[in-house]
Design a protein around this ligand. Structure first.
Ligand code: HEM
Length: 486
């Protein structure tokens, strides 16, 4: 499509187009002809004919009611016919890689004028590259998939694989050996938990939690048992495709009748007569990525107790979508296993030793949740700070009301304390062996997870109060707040 030539107008010229059938407005030094759009406007026609809007500068009114991205949609961009001569636009949407200038919208290590003992020059370069990548490739797909509920686009998974992002999301370790990470920005042996924290936080910053889980979230929790307890042959078969984003794996533990009570599982596995296969029967519920998973890291009850098996999708495995309070992008499933035959070579760890296999990844999994939780709360702080600065009530901006300021202060304090605690724990992880982490950090990580998720609920509740009805509306100004609240 040829780009339309934009003309220059004076404010006096625009003022003349102030009636039904000939209606112009100014938003951020740009002139829009809304004569025909008026009748299609989701907010109604009459408001656009108001004497303070028709032919006038409606910038303040517009940004008090719409997100910038409205004007970036092609169907609305087309309404622009020109600009005001001698004036420049000051509002802009998300610029790939940009650091937010809103106070507290970034952790201190990314805020100008602050220092941190934890992040090296390499972490900073890595963060910059990650932010650019996530803004450019992940954010648009995340927003589109949250809306249509479909699984993440394969093209995005492929792009991530080119950078070996799927492997990096598994944290530091042997699985990174020989890989080129982030186009060579970080050497495999130098990749540490701060690099992983950066990836997890940049993903959370996309503000799409169902999508975040859909983007191989099942792999982050379902692959470690294969990595740490699978035979070499099994790893050779499974790892390359999963780390290339070609195949999905999930962790299938919880059941309709047993959730946190892992030892109370009902799914059974009995050995075939020749002892070569397990025969699995039972069901699993709330399994992230289950609807599209190719592999299921599954907790089963065997004669000797709890055992973990890697089950491949095949005869007898059925998955159904569960509609949860977030989007179906996550692929949350109800799974049934009906006489599924699994080679005994797919046993992960000792027969009867499944609890150790499952528990072995809990610290890392909880820590990753804390990284994501800290970042999504910060994004909500940013949304609230922006909204309260532009929204006027009782003749002044919302952020000048004491009750609102108090809520904002509490939100910021919670977000800052979570990040600070998280960075301390991450530093310990970088310096401890796996064994030391298990004995010294299990408590710290569990407490932080409990604190950060509880704080996330308080922040979501406060944000809904600040946004009012918009905080429960899936589109428009409060859509990110709605997204974290339900
Ligand atoms: C080029 C100009 C405009 C476009 C493209 C536009 C587009 C939209 C869209 C897409 C919505 C649906 C909600 C959303 O996605 O945010 C909306 C809602 C609305 N618009 Fe506009 N709009 C324009 C100008 C204006 C102006 C100048 C005003 C008033 C001064 C206005 C008042 C409203 C109101 C009151 C709503 C309903 C808001 C709500 O539900 O909270 N619009 N508009």
């Amino acid at each position: 499509m040829a780009t339309k030539e934009l003309k220059q107008f004076t404010r006096e010229e625009v003022e003349k187009h102030n009636k039904d059938g000939d209606l112009w407005i100014i938003i951020d030094a740009k002139v829009y002809d809304i004569s025909r759009f008026k009748n299609l406007h989701p907010g109604g026609a009459s408001i656009l004919l108001d004497s303070e809007v028709a032919g006038q500068d409606a910038t303040e009114a517009f940004f008090g009611l719409h997100r910038m991205e409205v004007l970036e949609k092609p169907q609305y961009q087309r309404l622009q016919i020109g600009t005001i001569s001698g004036e420049d636009s000051v509002h802009h949407g998300r610029i790939a890689g940009e650091i937010s200038q809103v106070p507290y919208a970034e952790p201190t290590w990314l805020t100008e004028g602050y220092y941190s003992p934890y992040y090296s020059k390499n972490h900073r370069t890595f963060q910059k590259a990650c932010r650019e990548f996530f803004d450019e490739y992940i954010y648009p797909d995340a927003q589109a998939r949250e809306e249509d509920g479909k699984r993440p686009a394969q093209s995005v998974l492929d792009k991530m694989a080119e950078l070996n992002m799927h492997a990096m999301r598994m944290g530091p370790g042997k699985h990174l050996q020989g890989l080129t990470l982030m186009n060579g920005l970080v050497k495999p042996e130098e990749f540490d938990y701060f690099h992983e924290l950066i990836i997890t936080q940049e993903l959370a910053r996309c503000g799409a939690r169902g999508y975040g889980d859909g983007l191989l979230g099942g792999k982050v929790i379902g692959l470690p048992p294969v990595l740490n307890f699978g035979s070499d042959a099994l790893k050779k078969k499974v790892l390359p495709d999963v780390l290339a984003g070609k195949k999905f794996i999930c962790l299938a533990i919880s059941e309709a009748m047993a959730g946190s009570d892992v030892m109370g599982l009902h799914t059974t596995a009995t050995l075939s007569e020749d002892g070569k296969e397990w025969i699995v029967n039972g069901s699993k519920k709330w399994i992230t990525n289950g609807t599209f998973a190719d592999y299921f890291t599954t907790g089963v009850r065997t004669e000797d107790g709890l055992t973990v098996l890697l089950i491949e999708r095949g005869p007898g495995v059925e998955t159904k979508q569960i509609k949860t309070s977030y989007s179906t992008t996550a692929g949350t499933a109800y799974i049934t296993f009906d006489n599924v035959r699994v080679p005994v070579e797919n046993t992960l760890g000792e027969v009867g030793g499944g609890i150790f296999v499952i528990l072995s990844n809990f610290n890392h999994e909880r820590w990753a949740m804390c990284c994501a939780s800290a970042r999504s709360q910060r994004s909500i702080v940013e949304e609230c700070l922006k909204w309260t600065a532009q929204r006027k009530a009782f003749g002044k901006p919302l952020n000048s009301q004491a009750v609102i300021r108090s809520k904002l202060a509490q939100m910021i304090a919670r977000t800052e304390s979570i990040q600070t605690w998280l960075e301390n724990i991450t530093y310990q992880m970088c310096n401890m062996t796996y064994k030391q982490q298990s004995s010294k950090l299990a408590g710290q990580i569990a407490f932080l997870k409990s604190y950060s998720t509880a704080s996330g609920q308080e922040t979501a509740r406060d944000a809904v109060q600040i946004f009012g009805g918009r905080g429960i509306t899936k589109s428009g100004m409060g859509r990110f707040v709605e997204h974290v609240s339900f």
